[in-house]
Design a binder for this molecule. Structure first.
Ligand SMILES: Nc1ncnc2c1ncn2[C@@H]1O[C@H](COP(=O)(O)OP(=O)(O)OP(=O)(O)O)[C@@H](O)[C@H]1O
Ligand SMILES: [Mg+2]
Length: 271
């Protein structure tokens, strides 16, 4: 089964499924609700789904402590790799278990033992298992993880970077990136209540938007909102797919989006 018809990528932001201000703290009831929304929409639409999730306060903690995103920089870097991989996988099991409990045929995909990066960008990944899973209407669940890096030894792959690579190969017809803010603003909306939402980002206005984008509010080793927008715009350009950054901490938003509603958050597309 090829082509792009009927495949959606969804990201559950680490800022939603964990409390990024508290180490190793998942939001059990939020994960359960999102699993329910996903399964309900999946049954309703019959679409194929690939579901990624961020690391939030799980892998971001050791990744910050050991500066894993900088590569192999010292004696401690290798224990850092082990701890990041363990933390990311633990959160993934929590998410996959919640999905299975709600009826979703979710299967864990571990990027660190399949994808290889160079300077933080994925350069190879055998996608046959994922393609075959999608053909069976299973829901593959990759996640932000550490990677073996040909240039720096190790790196951190955000879910947006996974989607950039997977999007080029698997050609989804839509990408929904769930976060704890209802889109991209001209300033961090958590720090300034006068911040204004930017409803649409394309190659035409991205350069005027970028200077106002901060990083993440809390620890985020992959660069927060700015790198999120850049990865998604690259995906939009290269794969011609429309992406939307959406607040999925609001109950119903993700289910509505999966059922076809658009424009509640910020849309990122080529033009
Ligand atoms: N201009 C902006 N518009 C919107 N959000 C912004 C902006 N600048 C900074 N932010 C911050 O970016 C955060 C979202 O990015 P962050 O990487 O923390 O979340 P996430 O991607 O859900 O987490 P994870 O990377 O763990 O999956 C928001 O909580 C917000 O505070
Ligand atoms: Mg992030």
């Amino acid at each position: 089964m090829g082509g792009r018809v009927g495949l959606i990528f969804v990201k559950l932001g680490g800022s939603v499924i964990t409390d990024k201000a508290k180490p190793f703290t998942e939001r059990e009831y939020v994960i359960k609700r999102l699993a329910r929304e996903i399964h309900s929409a999946h049954i309703h639409t019959g679409l194929r789904l690939l579901l990624g999730h961020g690391g939030g306060s799980y892998p971001h903690i050791p990744a910050n402590q050991y500066k894993t995103y900088l590569g192999l920089i010292g004696e401690d870097s290798r224990i850092g790799i082990a701890l990041v991989q363990d933390a990311a996988a633990r959160l993934n099991r929590i998410v996959v278990n919640a999905l299975i409990s709600e009826g979703e045929k979710a299967v864990s995909i571990q990027p660190s033992c399949a994808a290889v990066s160079r300077d933080g960008r994925i350069v190879s990944w055998d996608l046959r298992p994922i393609r075959l899973m999608l053909n069976l209407n299973l829901t593959p669940v990759p996640y932000g993880d550490v990677s073996m890096d040909l240039s720096t030894g190790c790196s951190i792959l955000s879910t947006e970077e996974l989607f950039r690579y997977l999007g080029l190969k698997l050609r989804p017809h839509r990408v929904i990136v769930g976060s704890d803010v209802d889109g991209v603003y001209n300033q961090d909306p958590k720090k300034n209540s006068a911040a204004q939402k930017i409803p649409l980002i394309t190659i035409e206005n991205v350069n005027s938007v970028l200077p106002s984008l901060g990083g993440a509010n809390n620890i985020d080793v992959t660069g927060g909102m700015r790198s999120k927008v850049l990865s998604l715009l690259e995906l939009a350009k290269m794969a011609g797919v429309e992406c939307e950054i959406l607040d999925i901490s609001k109950p119903g938003n993700l289910e509505d989006a999966l059922n076809g509603k658009k424009g509640v958050g910020t849309i990122i597309r080529k033009a």
